[in-house]
Write a new protein. Structure first.
Lengths: 432, 290
């Protein structure tokens, strides 16, 4: 689309007009509807909907203060981003605020989002510097800030203490070799015929959890400068090990299609002894209403290969808040972003189960008391890396990784063939 | 010879044709235009001529998806027609608890497609699924998430389960429309059940069978939810069918041009498949055997 000066002025004029109309409507006592597109988890942590959490209804309080009716449209990760991208390409959208995950936050998407630096200059987020600069950098392209980080989902190693005890293990694994060794020891069949898998991972849900597991062996898809590193001895070793675990029945036989919900069920019912999954899953794994092992599922950072010189490895996904360029209630949306990003509300959302993007939040005594796993999470987040997505073909690269890694794990290809193919197919997409 | 419709008839039919034009023809033309352009989210389309078709037709993943679609479509449609015919014959020959059985046969059609597939997925889970686990305990375990062949077998089973009521209903109606007098004549001539079926029922049922096959072939070529919800085209994209290939291209990769080209290739293949059966029907109508 060609942007002429006239069309730019018209757009700016209509945006200002819409913002003024919104503010006027809110001030007149007329309720305004603000529509949010997100994953269900964001509504849960922003409104304190999870049972037993203590952070309260942050978004609801803001809505009441501003005489706004909040409408949450929630969906799973892929469908909600699909919807958002479609909304962003319309002449105007009813979506006022959306949450995007870093793997979808590509330059292509950023061009369809409202630049937020001018808003932050006009009405700054409280203690903006408290948000780590590397997170802000990941939501900035061409010097334009297009999203404000809200949540991190950092992977840890969850383990079932009761099954550990049953199999004669007294402490969690401290090295990758121990993880593999323990996973084998924890694989068995109960007297009633129930199979327990020593290790599981939501491999059907996308590349993140699988890469977190492979990362334990030092394997990575690409570095932060977008150098594709997939054809490496570490990746070959990692895929070969995971293939062996699959062949031995340590990993579930339906590894390739395992969804997050299926993994949660298998951990809650004691059909899986260890799982690579975000720290925040601790609450649901230990939910007394749903879990047979409430209070016995513990979580630690993923141990690193001692030869690497590191103690732990961690990968994280960042969810950020964005305002569509073609939305109408930008002022209110920015107001809600500011509110949810404040230091106090970051802690409250963390108490509701959110991964806080402000490191200072971890020092809060309430968090230490109510959610003890966050202390382990704090250690992990300090070392965590993301899968870079600052190129438009991020989705295709994820698909290629899923395809080739599944082929290697299931034995349809050798690890060497799979990584060579990945490298060959991914490099041109990243450079495009 | 058919009478030419008058201007009043044309005027009365015009709204329907205009509606069809607006709802089907115009979007189809728009998709065709899009298939000649490079198009993605937030960017203006760039005309590239037939390049998208070239890209799709030289993509090995397209051909694998096409082969999977071909195999699954044929297995599903012909097995389903055979089963639907068997059931319809059973019902017309007199069945105890007919109303109850009728409700049981139609039930899958009342279940939402998504719910149906997810229920099958849970039932067939090798670890905790009632059917999957039982089969595994009996030594006939299906690892449909790891084996592409088994994955496609399960996809076919689910598709047949979901669409059997449709096939059954049409064939049952077709059987009921055959005049009883024809059967009485066959009986007087001394024809047994097999001869009656081969020489009376089947020939008279051919028009209905053709309609059933046309509809089901077109529906099955578009099959999406069974594959998407069960395997997402995996493992390693080996169970992908054409509609999943199209969806991934359009809504995961944002490549609307190639996805539109895939869509049009699917339309063309549907027309080619359907035209054979339509030609058969036309031939029968012309010869007065319809």
């Amino acid at each position: 689309m060609k942007i002429t000066r006239r069309s730019a002025l018209a757009l700016a004029g209509s945006a200002v007009g819409a913002a003024a109309a919104t503010r006027a409507a809110a001030q007149d006592g007329k309720e305004v509807t603000l529509t949010i597109l997100s994953h269900k988890v964001h509504e849960i942590v922003a409104r304190g909907l999870a049972p037993g959490t203590t952070g309260g209804d942050i978004a609801g309080e803001w809505a009441k203060r501003n005489n706004v009716k909040l409408v949450w449209i929630t969906a799973d990760i892929d469908p909600m981003h699909d919807r958002l991208l479609r909304e962003l390409t319309l002449r105007s959208t009813a979506i006022d605020l959306a949450f995007v995950i870093n793997k979808y936050a590509t330059p292509r998407m950023s061009r369809l989002l409202e630049p937020l630096a001018p808003w932050n200059q006009k009405e700054p987020i409280e203690d903006f510097k408290g948000i780590p600069p590397n997170l802000i950098a990941s939501t900035t392209y061409n010097n334009s800030l297009f999203a404000i980080p809200f949540r991190h989902a950092t992977t840890g190693l969850h383990y079932n203490q009761a099954i550990f005890k049953e199999r004669g293990l007294s402490a969690p694994p401290g090295t990758p070799d121990e993880v593999i060794d323990y996973a084998r020891k924890l694989t068995f069949t109960r007297a009633d015929g129930t199979k327990v898998n020593g290790l599981t991972v939501p491999a059907g849900a996308g590349p993140f959890a699988v890469l977190s597991m492979l990362n334990m062996f030092g394997a990575e898809l690409m570095d932060q400068k977008l150098n594709v590193k997939v054809n490496s001895p570490e990746m070959i070793k990692a895929l070969r090990t995971v293939h062996e675990l699959y062949k031995e029945g340590v990993l579930p036989s339906n590894y390739a299609t395992l969804s997050i919900d299926e993994v949660i069920t298998s951990v809650q019912t004691g059909q899986a002894a260890m799982v690579f999954d975000p720290f925040a899953r601790y609450t649901i794994y230990n939910d007394p209403k749903k879990s047979k092992y409430a209070g016995q599922i513990k979580v630690i950072p993923i141990p690193a290969d001692p030869a690497s010189g590191r103690k732990i490895v961690a990968m994280t996904e960042i969810w950020s808040m964005v305002i569509p360029k073609n939305s109408t209630h930008k002022e209110l949306a920015w107001s809600l972003i500011r509110d949810l990003s404040s230091p106090a509300n970051t802690i409250r959302a963390a108490l509701n189960g959110n991964g806080p993007i402000r490191p200072a939040a971890y020092n809060d005594p309430r968090l230490k008391e109510k959610l003890p796993y966050t202390q382990q999470e704090q250690i992990a987040i300090s070392q965590a890396t993301t899968i870079p997505s600052s190129y438009d073909a991020s989705g295709q690269v994820n698909m290629i990784f899923m395809e080739e890694s599944q082929a290697a794990v299931l034995g349809l290809k050798t690890p060497e063939e799979a990584v060579a193919s990945m490298q060959k197919r991914i490099v041109p997409l990243v450079k495009r | 010879m058919m009478k030419k419709p008058g201007s009043a008839a044309v005027a009365l039919l015009a709204p329907v044709h205009l509606l069809l034009l607006a709802a089907i023809a115009l979007p189809s033309l728009y998709v065709f235009w899009m298939s000649l352009n490079e198009s993605t989210y937030g960017a203006d389309p760039v005309f590239v001529g037939w390049r998208n078709y070239e890209v799709v037709l030289t993509d090995p993943y397209f051909w694998r998806a096409a082969l999977n679609t071909f195999v699954v479509t044929n297995v599903v449609v012909y097995l389903e027609v055979a089963m639907g015919l068997g059931l319809a014959l059973l019902f017309t020959s007199g069945l105890p608890f007919r109303k109850l059985m009728f409700a049981a046969v139609l039930m899958p059609y009342a279940v939402s497609e998504v719910v149906g597939v997810l229920a099958w997925k849970i039932l067939m889970d090798p670890n905790y699924g009632v059917i999957g686990r039982t089969l595994a305990d009996l030594g006939w375990g299906m690892n449909w998430s790891a084996s592409p062949v088994q994955g496609l077998v399960l996809v076919s089973i689910i598709s047949i389960w979901q669409h059997l009521p449709f096939t059954f209903l049409l064939l049952y109606a077709g059987l009921l429309s055959i005049p009883r007098a024809v059967y009485e004549a066959a009986n007087i001539d001394g024809a047994g059940p097999v001869r009656t079926f081969c020489h009376v029922t089947l020939p008279l049922l051919v028009p209905t069978l053709l309609i059933v096959v046309i509809f089901r072939l077109i529906f099955a070529i578009r099959m999406f939810s069974e594959v998407w919800l069960l395997t997402k085209g995996g493992p390693a994209r080996l169970t992908e069918v054409l509609s999943v290939y199209l969806y991934e291209g359009a809504f995961r990769n944002g490549e609307f041009g190639t996805a539109a080209a895939t869509g049009w290739l699917m339309v063309v293949s549907s027309i080619l498949v359907a035209s054979f059966y339509l030609w058969q029907m036309q031939k029968r109508i012309a010869s007065g055997n319809a």
